[in-house]
Design a protein around this ligand. Structure first.
Ligand code: SF4
Length: 693
């Protein structure tokens, strides 16, 4: 591990974007260079290389904005803070604390995630807080908690993958979303053991030894078919299943009805390929099953991930050295962001808010009475959907999220935002969401502030201030602290210094599932590789979990019986295609940051729709034409990109673009009943030429 020691000329830090959190240095004059670190091994993708361009973007906000006479106009900090505190205080007094809601983000540092959750529950007293991670990782989190008793994206260091003989990647496209990750797949691919499950032939699928392209929304059935093959072909690890798990019989009763030939009819994946994957995983000394958004973002996302975990358990992979199951987290702090109290149902330390012991512990750290803490609130989409309704919140504070682009059925969400009495955002630039706000606070970003992030392995990383922010901006922590003081909170209850907040976070997380009690800035500055749980300062951290037992009280993992039901919307004569959404290499999430970087935007600057050439021709379209993609919720204008490898029943759109190019105008907000994650990945759509083109 490269020590993260200060250098006279450059500061060791990590990329502002995805969960790989590639290591880099940044000089005082904002020059970025890659840095040796186990996860990126000296690599950066084009987003990382160009990340310094965000710092001096001409689009940066440097003064608060307050809406007057319908227009956002510059204001001084005290005026903006006073206005927000007074409007929120008034709403709470008149309509109760749940009239104010808070929406956070999976890119916020651990400290911001923690202080935002505390601000909502203590300074505002509202139960109405959730965050955009609900859209990204919540199905894997729910499935991991069900199976193992705890959810850490990868319960092993990424470098363990180097020794893998077989890796099955389900709904993951790291060759575009986190390219330096791909080097960790080299071991499996050179041994012929890299399998990619994706309806699309993505750049990752191009590298695979075997690409399975199931019909959208049928990944669960595919996992059942492979599990069936494992059992039928005598590959079940019976002794491991008996000793280390419970619930196999109930899971098998369902999988027994999904023999590979039947699954071939459901998914389109041949029975032979299903058996090939079963035998590949069973025959490998070191084997991994890894899932990502493609498995998760469904109305049955939690069950789909459970089906793949069941397969891994049947083969004895989780808890076996050199093997396992993991989820590839997406957002920069997708892991830490879900551990410290931004979620509607959780308190810091990954504690459930309904657990009396958890409430007691956290209330003691916060210096409040346990019964003063609100209960669980609405999940992200439900919260946004309720805005401005009779029973819903009348004001919303948004930190680190651009929901107008990233939420499903996004025209409806923009409508809901417009009905609010009061919308407040903290933002780097005037994102599509901030453009609707009544007050916008201009805030610092990654290299301009201190903070910690927890990467996709559960390793806690220090991002240190390397450059001065533009005059006029403040940190999110300062904004939260200033607002709390104006709402009558003692100043020392809401500190604005990142390390001081982290010290409190340690105490709040102590004894919880995600235990940071032994992590300190000093240990991180010294370059220690700390993977949670780290229960004490003398504890070395936990790079590999589950070797001695799972986190359920009996130490055993759980099979979860799950059945295939398919997507909520299927093609029909009116909408004959499956539309699926995803990412492209130059852009990150809603594109609010990457669309500002000329070098990235010049590579991809507008939405396109990938389609099989025969389907395009049948629709009266050719490569490069402007098409209209229509679903039951809206329509998107996109340039046609003909791709021979596309399934003829599928079209694909990236979701990073604004206005009429928002792919989320199409997406279906039906929610997974367990994780409350929307079904971003599949809806029914049609493709027509755009009028006049
Ligand atoms: Fe690495 Fe992700 Fe940043 Fe690319 S976006 S440099 S993969 S952390």
């Amino acid at each position: 591990t490269a020590p993260q020691q200060p250098s006279p000329t450059a500061t060791a830090t990590h990329c502002p974007y995805c969960a790989l959190q590639c290591a880099m240095t940044i000089s005082k004059d904002a020059e970025v260079k890659p840095r040796q670190f186990p996860t990126n091994a000296g690599g950066l993708c084009q987003k990382g290389w160009t990340s310094a361009a965000l710092l001096d973007s001409p689009a940066r906000l440097t003064t608060p904005l307050v809406r007057r006479a319908g227009e956002l106009r510059p204001a001084c900090w005290s005026e903006a803070l006073d206005l927000v505190a007074s409007r929120l205080g008034q709403l709470v007094a008149e309509h109760g604390p749940d009239s104010v809601a808070v929406f956070g983000g999976g890119g916020l540092t651990n400290e911001k995630s923690y202080l935002l959750g505390k601000f909502a529950r203590v300074a505002l007293g509202t139960s109405q807080i959730d965050y955009n991670g609900r859209f990204c990782m919540s199905s894997a989190a729910a499935a991991g908690n069900r199976a193992f008793g705890v959810d850490r994206g990868l319960p092993f260091p990424l470098t363990d993958l180097a020794e893998a003989d077989a890796v099955v990647l389900v709904g993951a496209n790291p060759a575009e979303t986190m390219p330096p990750f791909v080097q960790h797949l080299r071991g499996a691919s050179t041994k012929g053991g890299l399998v990619v499950v994706d309806p699309r032939r993505t750049p990752t699928a191009e590298r695979a030894n075997l690409h399975l392209a199931p019909a959208p929304g049928t990944d669960l059935a595919l996992a059942l078919g492979i599990l069936h093959a494992v059992v039928a072909d005598g590959l079940l690890r019976e002794s491991v299943v008996a000793e280390r798990t419970t619930g196999f019989d109930a899971a098998w009763r369902i999988a027994a009805a999904y023999w590979p030939e039947r699954v071939e009819r459901i998914t389109g994946v041949s029975a032979a390929d299903q058996r090939r994957v079963a035998s590949l995983l069973a025959g490998a000394r070191n084997a991994y099953v890894l899932t990502a958004r493609g498995a998760e973002q469904h109305a049955t996302g939690a069950d789909t991930v459970s089906a793949w975990i069941n397969l891994a358990l049947a083969l004895g992979l989780p808890g076996r050295p050199g093997s396992g199951y993991g989820c590839l987290t997406g957002q920069g702090n997708g892991q830490g962001g879900r551990e410290h109290g931004q979620k509607a149902d959780q308190l810091p330390g990954y504690r459930m808010i309904t657990d009396p012991a958890a409430r007691q512990h956290v209330a003691a750290v916060w210096g409040v009475r346990p019964d003063s803490l609100p209960g669980p609130g609405r999940s992200a989409y439900e919260l946004l959907d309720a805005l401005g309704t009779d029973s819903g919140p009348r004001a919303l504070l948004v930190f680190g999220s651009n929901v107008v682009v990233s939420a499903p059925h996004s025209a409806h969400i923009a409508d809901r935002l417009s009905t609010l009495d009061f919308l407040v955002t903290a933002d780097l630039v005037l994102s599509e969401t901030s453009a609707l706000a009544d007050v916008v606070f201009p805030v610092t970003q990654w290299a301009e502030e201190d903070g910690t992030m927890t990467n996709l392995e559960g390793r806690i990383l220090l991002r240190r201030k390397a450059v001065d922010p533009p005059p006029g901006v403040r940190t999110d922590l300062e904004v939260i602290s200033d607002l709390a003081a104006r709402l009558g909170q003692p100043q020392d209850r809401f500190p604005a210094d990142a390390e001081t907040v982290f010290e409190e976070l340690r105490a709040a997380s102590a004894g919880g599932r995600a235990d940071y009690a032994g992590v300190s800035y000093d240990r991180l500055r010294a370059g220690e590789a700390l993977y949670w749980p780290v229960p004490s300062e003398s504890h070395p951290g936990t790079p590999r979990m589950f070797l001695d037992g799972f986190a359920h009280p009996d130490g055993k993992a759980r099979f979860v019986p799950v059945d295939h039901t398919g997507p909520a919307e299927r093609p029909d004569p009116e909408f004959p295609l499956y539309a699926i959404t995803g990412r492209v290499l130059p852009h990150y999430q809603s594109g609010a940051q990457t669309r500002l970087v000329d070098e990235l935007n010049s590579i991809v600057s507008q939405c396109h729709v990938e389609v099989h050439p025969d389907v395009a021709a049948r629709s009266g379209l050719r490569d490069g034409d402007l098409a209209l993609v229509t679903s039951r919720r809206g329509e998107v204008a996109a340039r046609v990109r003909c791709v021979d490898s596309m399934r003829p029943d599928v079209i694909f759109l990236p979701f990073h673009f604004p206005a009429e190019q928002r792919a989320n105008l199409l997406t279906n907000p039906v929610l997974d009943p367990v994780s409350r994650m929307p079904e971003f990945k599949v809806c029914a759509a049609r493709l027509t030429p755009k009028d006049g083109e």
